[in-house]
Design a binder for this molecule. Sequence first.
Ligand SMILES: C[S@@+](CC[C@H](N)C(=O)[O-])C[C@H]1O[C@@H](n2cnc3c(N)ncnc32)[C@H](O)[C@@H]1O
Length: 246
Amino acid sequence: MDSIPANRRLWNQISSAYQHEHDPQIGATPRLWGMYSIPDAHLHALGDVTGKRVLELGCGAGQWSRELAAEGATVVGLDLSEAQLAAAARAMGAARYPLVQGAAEQLPFAADSFDLVFCDFGGLSWAPPHLAVPQAARVLGRGGRLVFNVASPWFEACYDEAASRVTTTLQQDYFGLNTIAEDDGATSYQLTYGDWVKVLRGAGLIIDDLIEPRPELGTLNGYNETDPPDWAHRWPAELLWVTHKP
Ligand SMILES: C[S@@+](CC[C@H](N)C(=O)[O-])C[C@H]1O[C@@H](n2cnc3c(N)ncnc32)[C@H](O)[C@@H]1O
């Protein structure tokens, strides 16, 4: 299934409202992961990037890329949406980095171009993982890392579409989450734990860690209502995979 045209259209449509609503949270301080803005300093997923060749897959307005460039990485921000890339261009800091329009499932880079490929609810949430993970592995050099944060299957299986909130009731089958219909014909993707392991190992990657970011009690979710409000303090809302290419 080719979700590129519809996903590009959706992100072009929503970019301005999305940044207006979420940039104050996503960009509040450097290196914040996910829906609960948990600092990387607590999770230790990315590590030192000084001098590394870094690709952000689905960089949006570049809140992460801007910071890593400022830290001394050689960053490329890739995104499908020209409106999101325009937002990243406007928000660029003193450390300039290139922005590339492209899709995570068809990366326009040669093999061994990067030391780190990463995203936070980016290309590995919005491109079919069985295509995007091998692409990420291909462009990594030996020893390079693929690190990415996505919604957990718990979060997706408990999401009540009609009420637009995450609940304590299983709403969707776990087996068969796969594709999630988003607004205006767009699609996001979700795998079971077992399928993530298969796809990562199938692309030749070694899994070093699976971090389950846990917000402090009372931390707000900037995206989805949860019932109870402390849902993500009690169950894992996100999966932060840390892998490398041997
Ligand atoms: C939720 S944003 C992630 C960016 C940033 N971390 C954030 O939280 O705003 C998702 C981004 O993925 C991009 N995207 C959607 N489909 C994509 C694809 N197939 N390849 C690369 N980027 C894609 C969208 O344009 C959007 O900028």
